[in-house]
Design a protein around this ligand. Sequence first.
Ligand SMILES: *Cc1c(COP(=O)(O)O)cnc(C)c1O
Length: 371
Amino acid sequence: MQIPLLDLRLQYAAIKTDVDAAVAEVMASQQFILGPKVEECEKAVAAYCGCRYGVGVSSGSDALIIALMAEGIGPGDEVITTPYTFFATAGAIARLGATPVFVDIDPVTFNLNPHLLAARITPRTRAIIPVHLYGQTGEMDPIMDAARRHNLIVIEDACQAIGAEYKGRRAGSIGHYGCFSFFPSKNLGCFGDGGMVVTNDPVRAAKLVTLRNHGMQPKYYHKMVGGNFRLDALQAAVLTAKLKCLDAWTAARQANAKRYERLFMEAGLVGQRIVLPAVVQDRHVFNQYVIRVSRRDDLMAHLKAAGVGTEIYYPVPLHLQECFARLGGKPGDYPESEKAARETLALPIFPEVTDEQAAYVVQQVKGFFEG
Ligand SMILES: *Cc1c(COP(=O)(O)O)cnc(C)c1O
């Protein structure tokens, strides 16, 4: 049996008629840059996230950059985030000349540990970027409280968490900005790169709109230096068509997680051999299903040989990345992030995984520990 970590062809086959029609419409119009398709997508995604405004951008990475730019964050400023995330979170901070300051994760949720936050706030701190890793929101109340006390901006990196909820509120709608990626492997993916920033603040929304198009307002008059961070009409049309299916896909991911839990329990592996993902917030959307195991690399090789696709998210915490050596990070600085980087393994969780495939994955994991 061959089970890839993600197979988007099955999803496409199911929605081909709708998505192809949406693409054909843009082709017929030959209007590719911004315009009504992008606006329709922005409205739909913002509403889905419980936010007033959505600003389509070129990627999740650019969503983070443009939110930081809108706050004028740059050299001399510090921005707090977690070292256990995709590189783009800290990369956005560094690209603007600001300094990423790391706070270790909670070992249960893999998200920023709010108890460690206060100690890292300095007079230079301008913003916090909590990351809702794997599809579950971070502990937002204490983060928002700290931000209010110290007058900091909160930019949610919700790239993996569209539709996730914290105390009844959607990911991205709690901080000053919510950043989303439509990279194909995210829960809502387009046919290339794309992203969005959501906000409830009309002034911030207007600034984002200007910044994503060279700071141009009106045409050929530039109040600020922005960039080309635009979302394509083609991608927007695909996203609007796909958004209608997102709740069904999320429900399927959640059902797959429940099924893994049952199968791993029945196999007697839980607690003994592996730690399953913990659902502690209202709505975990399972962009990834990540287990912890001690002999992770051996298990990964075993599963690969058995035809099961897995991935390590992420093998090197950001404070130990070569490009951040100047920040002076050392092994041992963020022990929970380093431990997670050694122990975590993502299993196939995409909506179309079948009962038979899930049973096979669990059987192969069992075989590894008993073989
Ligand atoms: C995917 C991702 C990003 C970057 O999104 P792109 O669209 O690939 O630029 C940023 N942060 C996190 C946590 C992500 O998972």
